[in-house]
Write a protein that binds this ligand. Structure first.
Ligand code: AMP
Ligand code: MG
Length: 505
């Protein structure tokens, strides 16, 4: 296996005008902090050959690998609802694409590799802590089975970056993605009225993510539908693990349906639809419970960019028809989302058979309302519900500290719903099987915010051991392993009340 990437750079080749060719900045003292061996293998790389000074130089940006064509991508975006016509890769670069061992085309990109023509006032740099956060949360999402971009490597640069809190150690992240096409990429060319480039972009996105649609007369509408389906499924999976993205701007919503940009993200602890941890989200726009609506709003922005491709602006009737068609897709999004959510909730509840959708939706909604009313830890509650399926309710009741009887009525409904689909004569065996199914979909270990902060603080001070231990635990989220108990514990309530994550650091 080669140490080098077998690049095949379709974005650079097929989309002139959608980027600026740009090299990474050289840095003084590269040091490899993290290498994702499993992902390196997937990409056909020789991990052993990358795990030394050669890899450090490569992943810090000092040695541009053979075949790479580094470039900064152009994109726009609605940030917190306000439109910025030009964002673009201000501190990121696409190095190129690799066809992985499973035949999938993957982007290899840097983040924190220096200023580009899109940097505006920014320094183009990134700090060790936030880049290692991308590793932890991305790998956790991957282990949870949720589509995500992934970190291949993090290299320290040996150069301080200046942030509000003072100087921090600098780092470059190497990120792997199905693509970096975003809603904001479409918005960039739509806003400038560059229809030819917009059309090229749409053809490219279809060829890359929905090749079955290529050449179809209604392919732009079908692309919108496909993105809606992927995003409905993605956001439903976020909701079912308590994930709060924190900055669902249209430039952070992918066409591929992967989660991207782990900045001010967090996992909810005490169940609360209003949970928001981002220091920049003053209005709570991207609060936990708002995420499905925001996804729909972002899709509507994508739909607007596709209209000029669907209908000639001078043909009033054609425009009207295109508007009606995209509106139908946007209006159908909540139902798509609810179906995806319910499918996940049924699995979380240990249910195997579809039943009365409305009844199951309200069973799940009432459970969540109960958890909210009592401030119960989202993640633990599902695990303890699995224990209850196996016959042990004590641990679940203990979560309702003030009122151990609070879940009684709901538990009775759930048990009746479970019994209705168990054709097992042996109730204990059915319960044990249900508990095992539930434990396979309800994680015990998630990246709890204070654990993440602890690990990042130690790493920034030069001690990677806590980061590595946490990462190892996050890679086995469903397993109740002896060393993992500390990672499963909720943070003290007062610590979470003041906890914030920061963006753009
Ligand atoms: P994000 O919030 O990370 O999705 O970034 C939004 C925009 O800000 C993107 O165009 C980034 O490239 C840009 N950006 C964020 N941080 C920096 C930085 N330190 N220097 C330059 N541009 C940045
Ligand atoms: Mg971004």
């Amino acid at each position: 296996m080669p140490a080098n990437f077998a690049f095949d750079n379709s974005y650079a080749r097929d989309l002139p005008g959608l980027y600026v060719a740009w090299p990474p900045a050289a840095v003084p003292a590269p040091e490899l902090l993290f290498l994702n061996r499993e992902l390196a293998q997937e990409l056909g790389l020789d991990a052993a050959a990358l795990d030394g000074p050669e890899g450090a130089a490569l992943f810090a940006g000092n040695r541009v690998p053979e075949g790479a064509a580094p470039l900064a991508q152009a994109y726009a975006g609605h940030q917190f609802g306000g439109f910025s016509p030009q964002l673009g890769d201000g501190r990121a670069l696409l190095l190129g694409e690799v066809i992985d061992r499973a035949g999938r085309r993957r982007d290899i990109a840097f983040k924190g590799s220096g200023r580009t023509p899109f940097s505006r006032g920014g320094d183009g740099k990134a700090a060790v802590g936030p880049m290692l956060r991308e590793v932890l949360v991305g790998e956790a999402m991957h282990a949870l089975g949720i589509p995500t971009t992934r970190a291949l490597a993090v290299a320290a640069t040996g150069e301080p970056v200046l942030r509000e809190s003072g100087p921090l150690p600098g780092a470059v992240l190497t990120r792997v993605a199905a693509s970096h096409l975003r809603v904001g990429t479409f918005q960039f060319f739509a806003a400038r009225g560059e229809l030819d480039r917009l059309r090229q972009l749409a053809e490219y996105a279809i060829a890359r993510h929905d090749p079955a649609l290529a050449g179809a007369p209604d392919r732009h509408l079908a692309l919108l539908r496909a993105v809606a389906r992927r995003q409905a499924s993605l956001v439903a999976q976020w909701m079912n693990v308590g994930f709060i993205h924190g900055v669902m701007n249209t430039d952070n919503m992918t066409i591929s349906g992967e989660t991207i940009d782990y900045g001010p993200c967090a996992f909810m602890e005490a169940t609360d639809p209003g949970a928001v941890f981002s220091s920049i989200d003053h209005g709570g726009r991207y609060a936990y419970g708002n995420q499905p609506q925001i996804a729909r709003w972002n899709l509507a922005r994508l739909a607007e960019t596709l209209l000029p491709l669907m209908a000639d602006g001078d043909d009033e009737a054609a425009v009207q028809q295109a508007v009606a068609q995209v509106t139908e897709v946007i209006d159908a999004f909540p139902a798509l989302y609810r179906a995806a959510l319910l499918q996940g909730q049924r699995a979380k509840l240990g249910l195997q058979r579809g039943g009365d959708d409305a009844a199951d939706e309200s069973l799940a909604a009432d459970w969540l309302a109960l958890l909210h009313a009592h401030g119960v830890d989202f993640t633990l509650s599902w695990r303890r519900l699995a224990d209850a399926a196996a016959g042990d309710e004590a641990a679940l009741r203990a979560l309702f500290a003030a009122d151990a009887k609070a879940p009684d009525d709901w538990l009775a409904r759930w048990r009746a719903r479970c019994a209705a689909e168990d054709d097992h004569a042996d109730a204990a065996a059915a319960g044990a099987q249900r508990a095992a199914r539930m434990r396979a979909v309800n994680p015990l270990v998630i990246p709890r915010n204070l654990r993440v902060e602890e690990a990042l603080a130690a790493a920034s001070a030069g001690d990677l051991a806590p980061f590595e231990r946490l990462l190892a635990a996050l890679r086995r989220p469903f397993d109740d392993l002896p060393g993992h108990a500390a990672y499963a514990e909720p943070a003290p309530a007062q610590a979470m009340a003041s906890y914030q994550t920061f963006c753009g650091t």
